[in-house]
Design a protein. Structure first.
Length: 191
């Protein structure tokens, strides 16, 4: 079977296998735990299905590096772009753009929201520095005016909260319908 036909199976399997084995940065949770917590928060806040799919997949770039994640060496590997570029063959902009912008959303919030930077974990503060630091006012204004950036900022807020050790969440199969619906929507627009 080709990956294009089974991209949802492939992604869920990637999260279950590789995601369960890889630590989420310098946090206490794995990539899988982080993804599930983020998607659960998006679902509980009744965000649109594509945003819930984006929440589940936002860090898939960390799982598809060929030689390991460079963030562990203090380098920005632009995982958000790697993930978005991989996924854009299978999903629409309503999924892709929030994923691509979730790092810049941290830069945005650090610039415009008082106290946001101080609320970040030490690992997030370190990665923010590597990722370019807070936006200037001009960069922040330009960023938020783009399509799907409100969703990206919401995704970022959940990203920041999705780091709770041993938190019980639904498993990946619970989120399958969101991925399948987003995939079908993308295919319908391609037809």
């Amino acid at each position: 079977m080709r990956m294009e036909e089974n991209i949802v199976d492939y992604l869920l399997d990637l999260l279950k296998t590789k995601g369960a084995d890889i630590q989420y940065g310098n946090e206490d949770v794995t990539q899988l735990e982080h993804a599930l917590q983020c998607a659960e928060l998006a679902e509980k806040h009744k965000l649109p299905g594509p945003t819930i799919a984006a929440a589940l997949l936002h860090d898939v770039g960390h799982l598809i590096y060929e030689d390991g994640d460079p963030i562990h060496e203090g380098k920005d590997g632009h995982h958000e772009n790697l993930g978005a570029d991989f996924l854009k063959k299978y999903f629409g902009e309503d999924v892709i753009l929030p994923i691509r912008a979730h790092v810049d959303s941290k830069r945005y919030l650090s610039s415009v929201e008082e106290g946001y930077y101080d609320s970040l974990s030490e690992a997030s503060k370190l990665s923010l520095k590597v990722q370019g630091g807070p936006f200037t006012k001009e960069e922040a204004d330009a960023f938020i005016s783009k399509p799907f950036m409100d969703e990206a900022v919401e995704l970022r807020r959940f990203d920041d909260l999705a780091k709770i050790l041993d938190k019980k969440t639904p498993d990946v199969e619970h989120f399958r319908p969101y991925l399948e619906e987003a995939r079908q929507s993308f295919l319908a627009k391609q037809a």
